[in-house]
Design a protein around this ligand. Structure first.
Ligand code: S3P
Length: 175
C-alpha cells in the first residue's frame, strides 16, 4: 500500500461494529483529532437521532450526514467515525475515498445483534419487528460496499481496545 501522509482515517461499518468507541481510542493512540458524523448531526440539530428520524425523516438525516462528510473531508489528519449508512451514497463514498484511508470494521450479524439489542438509539433497528432479520438484510445489501474499503479489520469478539490496537498496527506505516 502506498503512503497517505496527513490523510484522514475513516472508520466505516455497520451499526454496532464499534466505530464510535474505537475511534476516540485510536485517535488518542495516533495523536489525531476525533470527529463522529452522528455526533456532529446531533450537535448541529440539537436533536437525538431517533428524534430526527421521527420528526424530520430519514432523508433529512441523510442530508445532514452528507453535510458532515463535506465538512470533515476538508480537514487533514482526522480520525473519523462515519455513520453506518453514509457510504451507501456513492458520492459520499467518493468524497471519503479521495480524502482518506477507509477502514472497515467487519462484524457478523449475530455479534451486531448482541451489541445493539438493548439500544434504542438506532431507529432503523429499534423499529424492526425482527432485529436479526433486519440486520442481516441491511448487512447483505451493504457488505459489498463496506468491503471496498482500503483495509478490512475483523472486529468480532474483540474489545474496543484490541480493535484499536489491531487497526493501529495495520495502518501505522501508511498514514
Ligand atoms: C445508521 C447508522 C447510525 C446512524 C443512523 C443510521 C445506518 O450510525 O447514523 O442511525 O443507516 O446504518 P452508527 O453506524 O454509528 O450506529
Amino acid at each position: 500500500m502506498i503512503k497517505h501522509p496527513q490523510k484522514n482515517i475513516y472508520l466505516i461499518g455497520f451499526m454496532g461494529s464499534g466505530k464510535s468507541t474505537v475511534g476516540p481510542l485510536l485517535a488518542k493512540k495516533m495523536n489525531r483529532a476525533f470527529f463522529d458524523t452522528d455526533e456532529w448531526i446531533i450537535n448541529e440539530t440539537g436533536k437525538t437521532i431517533p428524534e430526527i428520524f421521527a420528526e424530520d425523516g430519514e432523508q433529512f438525516f441523510r442530508e445532514k450526514e452528507r453535510e458532515a462528510i463535506q465538512i470533515v473531508c476538508k480537514f487533514k489528519n482526522m480520525l473519523v467515525s462515519v455513520g453506518g449508512g453514509a457510504v451507501v451514497d456513492s458520492s459520499n463514498w467518493l468524497t471519503l475515498k479521495k480524502s482518506g484511508l477507509m477502514v472497515y470494521l467487519q462484524c457478523d450479524a449475530n455479534e451486531i445483534l448482541n451489541r445493539v439489542k438493548n439500544d434504542l438509539n438506532r431507529p432503523l433497528l429499534s423499529q424492526a419487528e425482527d432485529r436479526l432479520e433486519k440486520i442481516t438484510s441491511l448487512l447483505t445489501q451493504r457488505a459489498p460496499i463496506y468491503e471496498k474499503a482500503d483495509i478490512i479489520i475483523d472486529a468480532n469478539n474483540l474489545t474496543p481496545e484490541l480493535i484499536a490496537e489491531k487497526i493501529y498496527q495495520k495502518i501505522k506505516d501508511f498514514v
